[in-house]
Design a protein around this ligand. Sequence first.
Ligand code: F6R
Length: 827
Amino acid sequence: MCGIFAYLNYNVNRERRYILEVLFNGLRRLEYRGYDSAGISIDSSLSASLSRDPNSPLSLRVPPLVFRQEGRIESLVKSVYENVAATDLDLEESFCAHAGIAHTRWATHGEPAPRNSHPQTSDPGNEFLVVHNGVITNYQVLKETLVRHGFTFESETDTEVIPKLAKFVFDKANEEGDHGVTFSQVVLEVMRHLEGAYALIFKSQHYPNELIACKRGGPLLLGVKEFSEGIAASSFHDFNVLKNGKPKELFLSSDANALVEHTKKVLMIEDGEVVHLKDGVVSIFKFDNDKGKNCGALSRTASVQRALSILEMEVEQINKGSYEHYMQKEIHEQPESLKTTMRGRLIRGGSCKAKSVLLGGLKDHLKTIRRSRRIVFIGCGTSYNAALAARPILEELSGIPVTMEIASDLVDRQGPIYREDTAVFVSQSGETADTLQALQYASENGALCVGITNTVGSAIARNTHCGVHINAGAEIGVASTKAYTSQIVVMAMVSLAIAGDTISNQERRDAVIDGLYDLPNKVRDVLELDQEMKELAKLLIAEQSLLVFGRGYNYATALEGALKVKEVALMHSEGMLAGEMKHGPLALVDENLPIVVIATRDACFSKQQSVIQQLHARKGRLIVICSKGDAASVSPGGLCRIIEVPQVVDCLQPVINIVPLQLLAYHLTVLRGYNVDQPRNLAKRELLNELFISRLRLLGQVILMMLLLALKVKAYVERPQVNRDEDRTLLRTLQNVPPVEGPLEQEIVGQSAGEQTGGWQGEGVLNEETPSVLLPELAQTQLELPVNPANTEGNAGLEERPESPISSSRIPLTEVALSVSFISVRS
Ligand code: F6R
């Protein structure tokens, strides 16, 4: 995964030093996406002055400057300033208009080296420059063709074909007499030849002070900051904000993190869109693969209109504040992140005193889920562990068998997934390649696909039938912490929602809901163990290995605690099922190997006591996590090191128990001198693989066919006085096609916030304090939903809300087909 960023100032004077700093800062915000090399391009002096006259001949222009450096962003910054000093480049020179681009890389094609860093260039004169996030799958074929046309390549990247192709297209148009070929026409033609998943930003000497961004997969946002008077008051529905040509600064970024310090007015660029920034105007074109094909001419696609959204994210969210590291900040943020995860979703009190949960993105699908033959949790790493922690409560409350699948393993084995299954995809980023691949597989096999993700508009949010955002806020540390606890809480709420209002388990449901309300405070209490965990870390600093034993609800805690220790502290650590101890692991036990045993109060407590006895008998060096007041019961001879944690309802205890282990991993890492936020060899999201990309194209066609079929059956589904859920299941059985309920309704009945950002219907209906990264304009109209003040008190800040209204305005079906004809994924 890589990060791309661009900054364009129009009719606003900016010095070169300022432009450089904006670009560097953008990269710093994106560094978590990859950090083995980086690069930028800015204008040189002469090219800048001549750029004021776009008619000046190219031969008179000086190519833009390109700086590329191996290593982290700070190595790039250092090398740029060294270069500036060596070449006497004037940092105070002011530009009334200027377009700069930047890239942070996580190598896929070619080792980290300046030649493989971006911007990649068309030629020594840098006529076209490109920064790229994603993978071009047909680059070999394109490369061979371009080589035949005289191009020489200097990198091993898949990206280099793109600027070269742009130059080829531009030169060809000019040779054929089309001297007026526009930048967007060139890029649209380039896109027509590219296969894969990508987000791209182009800069060109031929089009000074212009930028083009486009994407097919890969997130990309445009930020707009205007300077003219009265703009602050302008409406987001006013398309003129993008069209008025007034002084402004424009930003392009892979992530909202890099925009929020400049502006909150953003546009989520959608797949297949080409965004042209020129003369203070933003033009958006929809890429249509068929247009211009075989007609020999460059396509002249009509522009489309889009309105801006407002970013509901504060700069503090992306700063470390008083913390030294993001991981530390995110661990300590958990009381708040859990509150925002639950806000507006728990319903307590009211006339009937009923307690329940409301999950807008799921409520229309609950009946289908309840009728599933099986629920399959699918995820990787921490997300898988979170699902494992939630499995027992889901099984208990739903009565439906729940199985677990590590995404890559499911795909490797092509494990059985059926139409009658509900497949739940758990992913913080919503962009993990293995999970997306499993999603494609489950979708092909006809399962109802449910997403649980932290990322609005991510590939999982867009390509599942329904789902729930965890709303944990931006997680920047590579090691997932607050997302893990929020995922467990969301899955506990999903279990409650599926359980419905059956009388038999009402008491249990009430206890879980009470536990949820109280959880943020309990997490605040357990965070007080910080110093104690630091002391423990000091004792373990030189260890080679750490075992963590858990069972029942806390088997997942053992796996996740061990994962945290190994990934950031770079210490070997294994999470183990305590029930398996005597079937092998016991052989490892001696007086040297530190072992953490999780023995908080639940149905497995006495079994864990017995495990402790056995380990103790073999002189095990034990650290026991137990409920407050249980020290004597778990450490009879007082020989174990005890960590006492607050007790909560059993199914939520994993949320509490993981916190000391997160703190331990954090302190161990700092004490051992390793990088906490960017552990060796790891970036936040893994890369998309090529097989997946090609298969996604196929899936796009399948879904398009499904939609056409869905439109045909729509009349049947919508006939009066008929249970739609039942009909859909019936139709699925009769037609032998995958379920279509979610996308059909989601795409046709449009304009909820979730829909606008490619999410789930109902999930976009947010209340005032919803911390979702993007709160698009139509969600804002729903901020005034009545909240029952009587019920918001004493609820740990969590609010009730009435049932979510969903807008029923419709969007044209042609747009539906277009928007799904490219299945979006990111790398
Ligand atoms: C560990 C960690 C990873 C991720 C895994 C899945 O701290 O972050 O194990 O959990 O790569 O990522 P998501 O949740 O984004 O699908």
